[in-house]
Design a protein around this ligand. Sequence first.
Ligand code: DC
Length: 221
Amino acid sequence: MAKSIAIDGPAGAGKSTIAKLVAKELGYIYVDTGAMYRAMALFLIRNRIDRDDTGAIEAACEDADISIAYENGTQVVLLMGENVNDLLRTEEVGNMASASSVNARVRSKLVALQQKLAQNENVVMDGRDIGTVVLPDSRCKIYLTASVDVRAKRRYDELTAKGSAADLDKIKADIAERDERDMNRANSPLRQAEDAVLIDCSEMSIEEVKNEILRLAKEKL
Ligand code: DC
């Protein structure tokens, strides 16, 4: 059976950075499930569907063709056959993804895609419900978190480094709002699986977190 490392945690904890490094080190495929929810959100935005219009969102699940390909080891998200990777990391798409991912139909569509990817390949998969719903039998589950202040500051530094304007208080408020929604939704809320190892990386370097997860992977897989 294929091996997996499941990494869950709140927005901005550094899951994707770490998951990519761990996957590279182990020769596993990195699966970014947030990008799939973001692609669905982009579809909703493009079709001017309101985040509160449940009926229209559910109908959109039938119409949105989302698939995953790998190019030189990098995950490419295809929406209606178009590579949309570069369009997914905006605050607008992130906020729509957080809102639309509460929908059970959206979730079941994307969970099926994620489970299929993990069936035949060794994966490092990150998201919100990987250890609890997508890969409940994974033997290596991590819950990666950091304080709201640290996560907001990292996001702020990332944006300003790219030359984008950023407002730290606004980012902090958005992160807190996203946490609230991700943790309190009825369908697959973000929570630590009982058998997941908690890593609070507020005071840790990327290298330290990577090494800790590699150590756990060695021990558990
Ligand atoms: O990790 P991210 O910021 O790219 O995720 C965007 C949104 O998608 C996030 O607010 C919640 C949702 N999401 C989810 O519900 N389940 C996942 N497995 C991954 C992301």
